[in-house]
Ligand binder design. Structure first.
Ligand code: FUL
Length: 499
């Protein structure tokens, strides 16, 4: 009995020790597995990549431009600079109406011409008398910039400022003194509106103007006169989160035309030494960017809902139709660019009824076209997945989460993705999105659909970027195949949608 009791104690001790050791071994191997297999490395970023503020800007997709100044009352596009402030007299200006219409149209912000080329200031600037202060509007107590900033807040819209560098009113334009004036006005505005999301620098300069009564032509060297680096530093200091637009960046570039489209190939990249504001002959480059550009400077498509940038009564029946606006949406947002849609208020200071109607019908078209994402319930498979890991699974492209993505191993630059919709459907659009924090990568891809035993190609495309929408022309298909044919590095897709 005694012997066997001792034996049992020794046996128990060994048993306990073994369980502990086994338990430790299991924990250790789980940890090792997690390091080696469960948590594979994400793809390395392909530089340049967007900054935080640029990523937020991409998400906005579309916002409005407001062109409003003395031109609205003189029926001009470019005021000469000699307009008497007394002509600025909107009878029922209502920035809440602008903001409410723009909000209801699905646009996410408003950029206002605080000062256009004619030099008239929509706010009572302390640096000039050529402002609303000397107009009949609210007996000189009005401030259209402040009123709009408040309306934007009220309607949850972003607020941005256009301040024309060219000033046909100012007596010192073309000299150093004017640059000081321009920077003073920027400081005056940005100190008051530190929340601005975008500051718009216009590159236009037509030469002649009133210039304090001299009525002459003044030419400047666009490359050196404005000393942009100093002005850009000033804006960065005052509003570190605001992005600056010009022909040449530094944060957002012009798309090279005012007709509403960016290139079908649209790189968010461009080399800064290849561009400067006003540089001739770069519109094609601005339209498509450069695959090997040194900086992330995405394109913005600025276009007006009417033929002119300012309101002209004779254009009331020339407002772009909802269909035209929809096509512009496809050739701007649908090509990975942001759309800046100009909607000029009329002499009353209201967005005209015809523009409102077009905008609302356009919004309805967008909502209808992109309301039912058939990919959200589809069975999507890929022929290759990074490290065979669920972390980079193709399921991430239809989980509705923009922070998850599918990718491939580093050396794999091509892939094939099948989308099985379960049953045959009429298909109008395919939408792809790259995961931009890791850089823009895809260079070439195509779409096919299954017809019997055959794959039939229906579209061929190059870049994807923030968003690429390809029309599918109403084909009927149950299965689609996306073929990524070339990529700068392993492709990284965050979303695939089918409508
Ligand atoms: C151009 C200007 O000359 C037009 O008047 C308008 O403001 C457009 C957005 O930019 O350069």
């Amino acid at each position: 009995m005694i012997i066997s009791h001792i034996n049992y104690q020794i046996y128990d001790m060994y048993f306990l020790l073994n369980i502990k050791t086994a338990f430790r071994l299991v924990i250790l191997s789980i940890a090792l597995c997690a390091c080696n297999l469960g948590d594979p490395e994400p793809p390395a970023a392909v530089f340049p990549v967007p900054g935080e503020a640029q990523l937020k800007w991409h998400n906005l997709e579309q916002y409005a431009f407001i062109h409003f100044t003395t031109n609205t009352f003189t029926n001009l596009e470019w005021g000469y600079g000699d307009e008497d402030p007394s002509i600025f007299n909107p009878s029922s200006l209502d920035t809440d109406q602008w903001a409410s219409v723009i909000h209801d149209a699905g646009l996410k912000g408003i950029i206002i011409t605080a000062k256009h080329h004619d030099g008239f200031c929509l706010w009572p600037s302390r640096y000039t008398e050529h402002t609303v202060k000397n107009s009949p509007y609210k007996n000189g107590d009005g401030d259209v910039v402040a009123e709009l900033a408040a309306s934007c807040k009220k309607f949850g819209l972003k607020f941005g400022i256009y301040l024309s560098p060219w000033d046909r009113n100012h007596k010192d334009y073309a000299s150093e003194v004017y640059i000081e004036y321009y920077r003073n006005q920027l400081r005056e505005l940005l100190e008051k509106y530190p929340e601005v999301f975008e500051v718009w620098f216009d590159g236009a300069n037509g030469g002649d103007g009133y210039y304090g009564g001299t009525r002459e032509t003044r030419r400047i060297d666009n490359r050196t006169y404005y000393d942009w680096p100093t002005t850009i530093n000033l804006v960065r200091q005052l509003t570190p989160d605001a992005l600056m637009f010009s022909d040449a960046g530094p944060d957002i570039r012009w798309c090279g035309n005012e007709r509403g489209f960016v290139g079908e190939t649209n790189w968010n990249l461009i080399s800064t030494d290849s561009i400067y504001p006003g540089k001739p002959g770069i519109v094609d480059l601005l339209n498509i960017g450069s695959e090997d550009g040194t900086h992330w400077i995405p394109a913005e498509v600025d276009v007006s809902i009417r033929p002119g940038w300012f309101y002209h009564p004779e254009e009331d029946d020339k407002v772009k139709s909802p269909e035209e606006l929809f096509n512009i949406y496809l050739s701007s947002v649908g090509r990975g660019s942001n759309l800046l849609l100009n909607i000029p208020p009329d002499k009353r200071g209201l967005i005209h009824e015809n523009d409102v109607k077009s905008l609302m019908d356009w919004k309805k078209m967008i909502d209808e076209a992109f309301s039912n994402n058939l990919a959200s319930t589809a069975n999507i498979t890929a022929n290759t997945t990074r490290a065979n890991s669920s972390k980079f699974s193709i399921r991430n492209v239809n989980d509705g989460d923009p922070s998850t993505y599918w990718s491939t191993n580093d050396n794999i630059l091509t892939a094939s993705i099948e989308i099985d919709l379960g049953e045959s459907q009429t298909l109008n659009y395919l939408m792809l999105q790259e995961y931009l924090p890791l850089g823009q990568r895809i260079k070439s891809w195509s779409v096919e659909y299954a017809k019997g035993d055959e794959w039939v190609k229906i579209a061929e495309a190059s870049t994807v970027g923030y968003k690429r929408i390809l029309p599918l022309d109403g084909i009927k298909a149950k299965t689609l195949r996306i073929k990524i044919q070339d990529s700068k590095a392993c492709p990284v897709l965050s979303s695939i949608q089918v409508y």
